[in-house]
Design a protein around this ligand. Structure first.
Ligand code: SF4
Length: 145
């Protein structure tokens, strides 16, 4: 059921977000994407990542550098909603699990949120990953050329 709702939401979000300027499209990623044994404090500043490539944070930073959208890593829903409410943010690509995505979509309304599921090969909330191809494809389809 949750997957169906997110799919419907994504169809609506794509319509609303197509042609958005990169600086107005926030990419939000969950803290669990960072390797659990990495000591870099990337919550306050993702650029503290050393880009060692052992988790997908490095790849997301590469996409940010190439395409120019703001990028935040957040530890919880309250922080995510505060980032989304900024007036310069007109829409969001959010990476998270189904539960967090659903809560984020509702809390961010009426701002459109394109939801991308992370994968949890080590169980929930630990050493998760995301398809960088899926994120890159979504960004390239939405951003104004
Ligand atoms: S890419 Fe490396 S340095 Fe960056 S957050 Fe992941 S493990 Fe840490």
């Amino acid at each position: 059921m949750r997957k169906i709702l997110i799919r419907l939401n994504n169809a609506w979000a794509r319509l609303r977000l197509t042609g958005i300027a990169p600086e107005n499209l926030l990419v939000l990623a969950p803290h669990c994407l960072q390797r659990s044994d990495c000591e870099r404090n990337i919550l306050s500043d993702p650029d503290r990542c050393a880009r060692c490539g052992q988790c997908d944070v490095a790849g997301l930073l590469r996409l940010r550098d190439a395409l120019g959208m703001p990028f935040r890593i957040v530890a919880g829903g309250r922080e995510a909603v505060a980032a989304v409410k900024r007036p310069d943010i007109h829409g969001v690509i959010a990476i998270a699990c189904g539960k967090e995505l659903t809560a984020g979509i509702l809390a961010s309304f009426p701002k459109p949120v394109l939801a991308i599921f992370n994968q949890c090969p080590h169980g929930p909330c630990r050493d998760t990953c995301v398809s960088l191809d899926e994120v890159e494809t979504a960004l390239k389809r939405l951003l104004a050329r």
